[in-house]
Design a protein around this ligand. Structure first.
Ligand SMILES: [Zn+2]
Length: 79
């Protein structure tokens, strides 16, 4: 039984839209799972300072330089 799922990951920064993929993987493994991601984490890369931010409470402002963050997912953690 998987009681809690979080997409918070420092190595890979999926958007909350990755949940269906996680759910599918759990289903395939035959695991019980919650019906939605219990801890959705929204990642955004700051267009100004390039720092990765975790957006909290829909506050799309860079915590590092106060720049406005994009509402669309733009984080590519591969670099
Ligand atoms: Zn910034």
């Amino acid at each position: 039984m998987v009681g809690e799922v979080s997409n918070q990951s420092t190595g890979y920064c999926p958007d909350i839209s990755s949940w269906p993929v996680v759910a599918q993987a759990l289903d395939r493994a035959g695991l019980m799972r919650p019906s939605s991601s219990t801890r959705a984490v929204v990642f955004r890369r700051c267009p100004e300072c390039q720092e990765r931010n975790i957006v909290r409470e829909d506050d799309f402002v860079c915590v590092f330089c106060d720049s406005e963050l994009l509402t669309a997912w733009n984080v590519d953690c591969a670099d």
